[in-house]
Design a protein around this ligand. Structure first.
Ligand code: GLU
Length: 508
């Protein structure tokens, strides 16, 4: 690689950043890190009509949460500032003019009605290309059909215009994509895309190409939805005289719905109950909320690890990678061509893997906050112990309460299935008796509790499973949870006795 690696994530702030967007940012970041290059954040906000307040901040917060940090760009600064396209307005105009002056673009003055009329006609005629293109441009109101003085007059009068690329006719544009290899497109199938508008702003295509050139971008790594724009971009590089330093392109596979076909959308998340956004998003106009990975209890490391594997493989059996390890292994050759099916169970599995690797103190710190919200204030060491006992059983810290509430409070209710199966015949009488024996234990530990129960069962020639399960029902309310003697030691003798009493008084 002769050019310094410089890649960019260039989102448009048109709404919350989808996880597919975070994956694009991540691959760019990993690629830069792998090659000792730079990762930039550029905000492409030239489409004022689609601007959504709060979306830019959301993008910045999401990347920060995921640990995908830019070394240059919006929020960081750098030698090519500003990095927000709406603040670079003055830059694009001269390139649009150059394209017009050299005959590669033209002014068009067609009104919305005229364009609508054209579309209808082409559709009725079942034309293969129904857009404004080389096939129809000579029928329209533009600087190719109007005289130079008419054009000047319109511009001087401030008539609304756009600048369109003059797509060559019947020419093959070739491009190389690092994921898909060779691409060839006949320009007759393409339209005369708008590059610049009379509001003084370029469209995505022009601004994107100009900025990638000016910012010395070496590789453009972006979503597959931009692949159809590649021939146009290649032509723009050519017409602007930058073909020799054009970046290399890699288009990433789509993220697909977990079930069926098609792109993963917000609706799939709502329908199947999982987040498609990194952070909680509140729509500024409707107030509608969309859930986020962060608020659902994901560790950013697990989220990043999960995303990395949606469209890429490490070529090894290993699945758990820190972001630094991912960078070490990352290569575009291992990016898949086929779309990546989103798998929610796998996402949870990743979080579980990170949760069990977390140290108990850290988890206890988070769990302590959940307990505090429930008004439960206990010794931190106790929480650490509880966490160590239940971490294997949960995917998220916020699931711990469900698995561990009995360490803090007596059960409110008892599992009816277990009652039906166990709470019968002489069992309640035996439980009442064993309670008295437990009450007499002097040094109450998991060991002494266990020995006492064993001895009792032997003496009475009772069924061990039946007694243990009934005791468990009394202490935790069901048939779940870690080792019973350990639970007994944790909650203490008085509480064990109290809970057996409560069960005897409640269960009929
Ligand atoms: N602004 C484009 C987007 O939002 C960027 C595409 C590109 O990376 O070229 O996806």
């Amino acid at each position: 690689m002769n050019k310094r690696v410089r890649v960019r994530f260039a989102p448009s702030p048109t709404g919350p950043l989808h996880i597919g967007g975070v994956r694009t940012a991540l691959y760019n970041y990993l690629f830069a890190k792998k090659h000792g290059g730079d990762f930039l954040l550029r905000i492409e906000d030239t489409d004022q009509g689609r601007f959504v307040p709060g979306a830019e901040q959301y993008i910045i917060d999401s990347l920060k949460w995921a640990g995908i940090m830019a070394v240059e760009g919006v929020g960081v600064g750098g030698p090519h500032a500003p990095y927000r396209q709406s603040e670079r307005k003055e830059i694009y105009c001269k390139y649009a003019e150059k394209l017009v002056n050299e005959g590669n673009a033209y002014y068009a003055f067609d009104t919305t009605d005229e364009l609508e009329q054209l579309r209808k006609e082409l559709e009725q005629a079942k034309a293969s290309n129904t857009s404004y293109s080389s096939h129809v441009r000579l029928r329209m109101k533009n600087s190719l059909t109007l005289s130079a003085s008419e054009v000047q007059q319109k511009l001087a009068a401030g008539e609304p215009f756009v600048i369109r690329i003059k797509m060559p006719e019947n020419e093959i544009v070739k491009a190389t994509d690092l994921v898909r290899e060779k691409i060839e497109v006949n320009t007759s199938t393409l339209d005369d895309k708008i590059l610049f508008k009379s509001d003084g702003l370029p469209t995505y295509h022009l601004a994107n190409v100009v900025d990638d050139h000016l910012m010395d971008i070496s590789h453009v790594i972006r979503g597959e939805e931009w692949l159809p724009s590649l021939p146009l971009h290649v032509l723009l590089y050519r017409y602007l005289g930058w073909e020799n330093t054009m970046p290399q392109f890699a288009h990433l596979p789509l993220l697909l719905k977990p079930d069926g076909k098609g792109k993963l959308s917000k609706r799939d998340g709502d329908r199947l109950g999982f987040p498609v956004f990194p952070l909680l998003w509140t729509d500024p106009s409707s107030g509608e909320q969309s859930s986020g990975y962060r608020e659902s209890g994901y560790f950013p490391e697990a989220f990043v690890n999960m995303l990395a594997f949606l469209g890429w493989n490490s070529g090894t059996e290993q699945e758990i990678f820190s972001i630094d390890e991912l960078a070490e292994y990352f290569s575009i050759e291992h990016v898949h061509k086929a779309g990546a099916k989103f798998d929610f169970d796998k996402a949870k599995w990743f979080n579980h893997q990170y949760l069990i690797r977390h140290n108990n103190e850290e988890l206890a710190y988070d769990f302590e906050k959940i307990l505090a919200q429930k008004g439960i204030l206990v010794n931190f060491e106790y929480i650490v112990k509880v966490v160590s006992l239940v971490k294997e059983r949960v995917n998220f810290v916020n699931e711990m309460w469900q698995q561990a509430s009995f360490f803090f409070v007596a059960p409110e209710s008892y599992d009816s299935e277990v009652i039906k199966k166990r709470w019968k015949d002489e069992v309640p009488t035996l439980i009442a008796e064993i309670k008295e024996v437990i009450r007499k234990i002097e040094v109450f530990t998991a060991e002494s509790f266990k020995d006492t129960v064993h001895q009792f069962v032997e003496e009475k020639q009772a069924n061990m499973g039946s007694i243990m399960n009934t005791l468990r029902l009394s202490l935790v309310g069901g048939s779940f949870g870690p080792d019973l003697p350990v639970i007994a030691e944790m909650i203490g003798k008085e509480e064990v006795v109290r809970r057996i009493d409560k069960a005897l008084n409640t269960i009929k």
